[in-house]
Design a protein around this ligand. Structure first.
Ligand SMILES: Cc1ncc(C[n+]2csc(CCOP(=O)(O)OP(=O)(O)O)c2C)c(N)n1
Ligand code: SF4
Length: 295
């Protein structure tokens, strides 16, 4: 962990909770995910969480279940691998917007178009938090940061329109400052069969002060109270292409279709982890390449 984060976070450290800055939106997401999992009543052996590298990944070790802290930008393909190996697990990704929409954007695109049966919960703080405040793909044009002192030149990524048009079968948005509603949305996302993207607006109180709790509270509204039809792609796109005078929360788009795992024939015989190995010798020699001759 970098020096700045150590300075900010040392006082909070008690080994029982993540070491986020006081007031960080990640606390609300963590509490909401735990509550949702408790409400679903799933045993810890029923699901796995894959974490990206970033402040969101600080949640690793603080959810009791199978977990894997992957490389930056690689949480989604790791989740897809876990789901293929054991499709009885519900596989969740906890990732930052930099991780998921920047370095991992290509993985995200292909997971969505395949409708991989994974649930991606994005901590969208519009900045690189862990590395102390550089521009992220969701930072708006003109955003000044350590990495863009003269302001961002590009347009920001719109993760919601990207997901709706590229095959995600569940697209929703939550807010870390409205945990009651976030719990509901997480539960909906985890219960969905197919690729689910839940973009969570998450204030980074240390490095992105403009997009704080007040900014969102003034603009958010609930789609279910605004006569929205989540089955209509056109309506969903209209909602997410509006300017930010109003920011929608809720299920934006949902339409079930066969998942990637449904269509991989060999999985019909049961999970790969329980199937007998055809050629154990071949597997051992492959393993030896990695264990005896690491490059
Ligand atoms: C392959 C790789 N590239 C870059 C980094 C450096 N790095 C670590 S965290 C991070 C950005 C984190 O931002 P985000 O994913 O938005 O998460 P946040 O910290 O804001 O929750 C970067 C660029 C890395 N660790 N590995
Ligand atoms: S996201 Fe921002 S507020 Fe939260 S722990 Fe990271 S740097 Fe601190």
């Amino acid at each position: 962990m970098c020096e700045t984060h150590n300075m900010i976070q040392t006082n909070l450290y008690d080994s029982k909770s993540p070491t986020w800055c006081p007031g960080c939106g990640d606390y609300g997401i963590w509490a909401s995910l735990r509550t949702s999992l408790n409400q679903l009543g799933w045993g810890a052996e029923k699901y796995a969480v894959v974490y990206g590298v970033g402040c969101s990944g600080n949640m690793t070790d603080f959810i009791k279940c199978h977990g894997f802290h992957s490389l930056h930008g690689r949480a989604v393909p790791n989740a897809e691998g876990i789901k293929l190996a054991n499709h009885e697990l519900t596989v969740i990704c906890e990732v930052g917007d930099g991780d998921c929409y920047g370095e991992g954007g290509n993985h995200l695109l292909h997971a969505m178009r395949g409708n991989a049966d994974i649930k991606v919960l994005v901590h969208d703080n519009r900045v690189y938090g862990l590395t102390t405040g550089q521009t992220a793909p969701t930072s708006p044009s003109g955003f000044k940061s350590k990495s863009t002192p003269q302001g961002v030149i590009e347009l920001p990524v719109n993760p919601l329109s990207f997901a709706i048009t590229q095959g995600a079968s569940f697209v929703a948005q939550g807010f870390a400052g409205d945990t009651i509603y976030l719990i509901k949305l997480i539960t909906e996302a985890l219960s969905h069969k197919g690729f689910a993207l839940l973009n969570i607006l998450q204030p980074c109180v240390s490095f992105n002060k403009f997009y704080g709790y007040a900014y969102y509270k003034e603009r958010i509204y609930r789609l279910e109270e605004d006569n929205h039809n989540p089955e209509s792609k056109e309506e969903a796109l209209k909602r997410v292409m509006q300017d930010e005078t109003r920011i929608p929360l809720g299920i934006i788009y949902k339409k079930e279709r066969p998942t990637y795992q449904d269509q991989v024939g060999v999985l019909a015989k049961g999970t790969l982890v329980k199937q007998p190995m055809n050629n154990p010798k071949e597997f051992t020699s492959l393993l030896n390449i990695f264990t005896e001759n690491p490059l």
